[in-house]
Design a protein. Structure first.
Length: 295
């Protein structure tokens, strides 16, 4: 990309110099001598401020100047250069981080499975997140399918090895409410109510990742009962009642099992039966910290 020279550069400041800075990472110094990169959104805001300020008009041999550029672009000579959206063209973080892991079941057989571990940009501390129940140190069992086999959860009373969600300790009857996940588009949809992890409600959420839309399924398990009116096809938004904490399917502990799964491309989660919702061929288990909203 190049700039066309003007007759006098001393008399004005061209907005294109800001436009070029937007198209490349913008780095600024800090008091400690370090540098930081401005996000595209910040750069776009700076661009709008700079371009809105009055500037002298460069000399030109043309009587009629070029048509103004759209709001999402900047001028470069005789053309307008498109400014990407903040998440346009970015890598899909969950696709990049999908891993194949393995563990040994209780019969001694090794099995392979795909899972999406916590992304490096998400806090490790479970207390940093907002949950479907009031939670202050209530996480009694976390996601461990990204850990080596020897470190995954094994208990005599449990049939499965490893844990693909988080267990949230709360009193029986505590309301369970929907949480809108990070980068969610629109409302969520209830796609299943019935037995799975005890009495379970499953919701589908459409999320924008890397400039594309993907579906996630959230599972709310061991409910005492679903909330009134919650059934397949119900549209729900952040804060809506989903059900009530119980111990169905887990008589030794009253708690909420919360699990997140990324739906594979081309799969319509609303048509999946309960076993298919947790089948690795249809969905990929995901560390819930990747999608839970921060407090």
């Amino acid at each position: 990309m190049s700039l066309r020279p003007f007759a006098s550069l001393a008399s004005f400041r061209s907005p294109i110099t800001v436009g070029l800075a937007v198209l490349a990472p913008m780095t600024v110094g800090t008091a400690g001598g370090a540098s930081s990169t401005l996000a595209i959104g910040d750069a776009r805001a700076a661009l709008r401020v700079t371009m809105s300020a009055p500037t002298a008009t460069p000399q030109s041999s043309s009587v009629d100047g070029p048509a103004p550029c759209p709001a999402d672009s900047v001028p470069d000579g005789d053309v307008c250069v498109h400014l990407p959206d903040e998440d346009e063209g970015a890598e899909d973080p969950s696709a990049v981080m999908t891993q194949t892991s393995s563990h040994q079941d209780k019969a001694g057989r090794w099995s392979l499975y795909e899972q999406i571990p916590r992304r490096f940009d998400r806090p490790a501390n479970y207390d940093a997140y907002r949950y479907p129940v009031a939670c202050d140190g209530c996480v009694v069992s976390g996601y461990d399918l990204d850990l080596p086999d020897a470190l995954q959860r094994r208990e005599r009373r449990l049939r499965q090895v490893g844990h693909g969600g988080v267990d949230l300790l709360q009193k029986r009857g505590t309301p369970v409410t929907l949480v809108a996940v990070e980068h969610q588009r629109g409302e969520a949809e209830v796609i299943y109510v019935g037995p799975l992890f005890g009495t379970t409600v499953a919701t589908r959420h459409t999320v924008r990742e890397g400039g594309q839309l993907h579906d996630y399924v959230l599972l709310f398990g061991h409910l005492d009962a679903p909330a009134a009116g919650v059934q397949a096809g119900t549209r729900v938004k952040d804060g809506d009642a989903i059900g009530y904490v119980g111990d169905t399917g887990s008589p030794s502990l009253v708690h909420l099992h919360f699990e997140a799964r990324r739906v594979r491309d081309g799969v319509d989660a609303s048509k999946l039966g309960p076993s298919a919702l947790v089948d690795g061929s249809s969905t990929v288990v995901c560390d819930p910290r990747n999608v839970l909203p921060l407090r």
